[in-house]
Design a protein around this ligand. Sequence first.
Ligand code: F6P
Length: 338
Amino acid sequence: MKIGILSAGGDCPGINAAIRGVGKTAIQEYGMEVIGISSGFLGLLHKEYVELDENQLSGILTQGGTILGTSREKPFKKNDKFSKGDKPKIICQNYHDLGLDALVCIGGNGTQQTAYQLSEEGLNILGIPKTIDNDVWGTDVSFGFDSALGIVTEAIDRLHTTANSHKRIMVIEVMGHHAGWLALYAGVAGGGDVILIPEIPFNPAVVSRYLENRFNGKKPYSIVVVAEGIPTPRGISASKYIAENISILTNLETRETILGYIQRGGSPSPRDRILATRYGAYAVELIAKNIFGKMVCANGESISHIPLRETAGKIKLVPADNPLIKKARKMGVCFGDE
Ligand code: F6P
């Protein structure tokens, strides 16, 4: 068999570990031929690819980013005036021209949606979920999340010391797109006093009152962890909006930090390396069994799969009854709503 691998959407730590997991298992266990498609679905449109053999797959486990490159190309996007809707047809033709028997698509929600649409066009597709946002529906966890969690937690740890020295309110903005997973987990892991996520409507007045009470109760500084996806007036970043409100509503000195792309860079954590490796190896086992149209997923400690049809077009948000939120509330963390 000949299989292709691509990575699409925003990068994250662990993609290379997944590529390696797919490639090594395919070559060593099943004697398959493996090619890497360049820059996500863009590479499939332009037939840009590299042969992946043992040499290319060696030494990449610990590398951040993706050796194949990535893009946010969405071939099924409506109103694409340049292609007039031809992209899916071109991709299917190229898949066959390249002699592929299967294609593994490593990506987040958008990628799983495209993967589903391509499988509906008759291609043999498997999806592997990756994202620092942890918002892919149908899996407990995506690789990339644990690495980003480590980075954000370390950043919050560092903010504690400077916040304490200056007796300031430190507002830190965390990625996550429309979901609050990263802010919630890093907020709890980093001992954040206020955690604001898109899933919980907040009131700046509640946040400010809470911070003043802390200050008056002899807590000289506070850490406010804000997810980038909270609603704000247009054009204002989440952290700026919150910091400005705190400054206006309290007399406390406030500073903001946007962590940005640092959260997505660098080497994957051991946990992400293992998860990505297991996902990759499992995807090849599905291919060997001629099982397609699925996304690999994690259920607790086990790896399994769900139909792409089920995950496509959905997003996994933090539920209101999330146990970590409940525990954090009981410990006095403010979510801005009460
Ligand atoms: O999905 C990962 C992510 O890093 C989000 O957290 C963030 O909102 C987005 O990608 C940034 O996208 P881009 O790489 O296109 O700037």
